[in-house]
Design a protein around this ligand. Structure first.
Ligand code: ZN
Length: 144
């Protein structure tokens, strides 16, 4: 199974945010972030299927279905825009909650603000941030 097949398999079951998608492949590649890893996978799949759609030698119905899948199941806007540019309609984006993190990454500024408040009473030059992940998230992630 290729990493691209794995992406389709993941989204067949659940919606994941781009951070969590990238984390599913965190052992692959270095010197990058989970977000970059996840976005790169979705972008490469979008580009590959767009290329297949444009190719006269490939079954472009299959490419359209995969672009629609990326647009709808992964809520990936570049796939949606690619379809739109080709005159193909896709279902509109529907706000989904990430199955693994329940959209914790959309609240990062809130957590940063709370940390900043706590640090105001401390004299420091730098600091290290650690996290402890809720066991529910770990269990959902290991279920994959
Ligand atoms: Zn997530």
């Amino acid at each position: 199974m290729t990493i691209y097949d794995k992406v389709f398999e993941i989204y067949q079951e659940h919606y994941l945010c781009i951070h969590c998608l990238g984390r599913m492949f965190s052992l692959l590649g270095t010197n990058t972030t989970n977000y970059e890893r996840g976005r790169s996978l979705l972008m490469a799949l979008t580009m590959d299927n767009h290329n297949n759609y444009l190719s006269l030698t490939v079954d472009n119905e299959s490419a359209i279905l995969k672009l629609k899948f990326l647009s709808e199941k992964a809520d990936f806007s570049p796939a949606r825009k690619t379809l739109k540019n080709e005159g193909i309609s896709a279902l509109p984006s529907i706000k989904k909650k990430c199955y693994l993190c329940e959209d914790i990454f959309s609240d990062l500024s809130k957590y940063a603000r709370k940390a900043k408040e706590k640090f105001q009473a401390i004299d420091y030059d730098n600091f290290v941030v650690g996290t402890s992940i809720d066991s529910e998230i770990i269990n959902r992630e290991e279920g994959h």
